[in-house]
Design a protein around this ligand. Structure first.
Ligand code: UDP
Length: 328
């Protein structure tokens, strides 16, 4: 019998890719998603329950119906700028939603918990390669809410028998190589899809947010990781817990950062098109540089980001951009 894995936010970008990896590995991913930002079109690999994590009663019914053996928790609001304007939305949704999930999981003795956290909790670290012990300095409500959920999970592990793998991922990008699923946000705020919009004529130009950072070319540096590699890490994390190993926190990065200008150049190379650029002020809440070591995930989980070179990421994102979309 296939094991049921509850995937919250399974209709979202990373959650849908993780569902595909689970499905291919012989699991049955049960998607829970409110569809506030996700797409029902992206739920292709198992049952779907349209439920908001704030609805404790319905959440309990999903557990009764599907009896999941483990959980992958992706559901969250994740736009930095929006979180600064509407902090209450982020604290309510990300914190209370996660609390409801943890409470229900423990009540149903579903104790292996994989959580999707973020590099944003490290904040500004000027030119340091970040590892799991780097001091955290979240600088906006989004990253603070993620850090708070990490702490909550840890406390549940101490007193309620929960076991967890927390992944702090760096900049997720790219798309499924079969083009079945991909990145689709409305509104779109992420760099690579926006540059591709500029290539395909959906936008006139790409705005560069800040050219006066203390980086080699003045623009922000990020560590881009292929979404399929991130999804694979979740499978490894699940197996780690199911084997009875201890709770862990892992960064998922590549150890290599690219500036905004380098990303734009790479898009121009891959698509063979020129992109019109508009240099703008800094975007509020952005960190100058976020680059991670992935040696711990590599050493303990055996995770290697095999598709995460920038050319490959942009090639896959471009294919999806041209051929894939969701309508509902
Ligand atoms: N960025 C940009 N123009 C855009 C969107 C993003 O210059 O239209 C920059 C942004 O300031 C950041 C980097 O690109 O330095 C990556 O931003 P993204 O929103 O993709 O991810 P984040 O790092 O904020 O999670």
């Amino acid at each position: 019998m296939k094991k049921n894995i509850l995937v919250t936010g399974g209709a979202g970008y990373v959650g849908s890719h993780a569902s595909k990896v689970l499905y291919k590995a012989g699991y049955n991913p049960i998607t829970i998603d409110s569809l506030s930002t996700g797409w029902s079109d992206s739920v292709k690999f198992g049952p779907f329950e349209q439920v908001d994590l704030l609805d404790l009663k319905k959440l309990n019914e999903v557990f009764l119906k599907h009896k999941p053996s483990s959980i992958m928790h992706f559901a969250a609001l994740s736009q930095v700028e929006e979180s600064i304007i509407e902090p209450e939305k982020y604290w309510r949704n990300n914190l209370i939603g996660s609390l409801n999930l943890l409470e229900t999981a423990v009540n149903h003795k579903c104790l292996d918990f994989v959580f999707s956290s973020t590099c944003a909790i490290y904040g500004d670290q000027d030119s340091v390669i970040i590892n799991e012990n780097t001091p955290q300095k979240p600088k906006n409500p989004y990253s603070s809410s993620k850090r708070a959920v990490e702490e909550m999970i840890h406390h549940y592990s101490i007193s309620k028998g929960l076991k967890y793998v927390i992944f702090r991922y760096f900049n997720v990008a790219g798309a499924d190589t079969d083009c079945e699923i991909g990145e689709f946000h409305n509104p779109e705020t992420h760099l690579i899809p926006l540059v591709l919009d500029a290539v395909s004529g959906k936008r006139q130009h790409i705005k560069i947010f800040g050219t006066d950072y203390k980086t080699f070319d003045g623009t922000c540096i990020r560590d881009y990781v292929h979404v399929s590699d991130i999804a694979e890490a979740h499978l490894l994390g699940l197996k780690w817990l199911n084997r009875g190993e201890a709770s862990r926190v892992y960064n998922l990065g590549t150890g290599h950062g690219f500036s905004v200008r380098e990303v734009i150049k790479c898009v121009e190379k891959v698509t063979n098109e020129n992109v019109s650029v508009l240099e703008c002020n800094r975007r509020f809440g952005d960190c100058s540089q976020l680059v991670s070591s992935s040696s711990l995930a590599n050493k303990e989980l055996g995770w290697t980001p095999i598709r995460s070179n920038l050319d490959q990421i942009i090639t896959d994102a471009w294919r999806w951009h041209q051929n894939g979309f969701y309508s509902k």
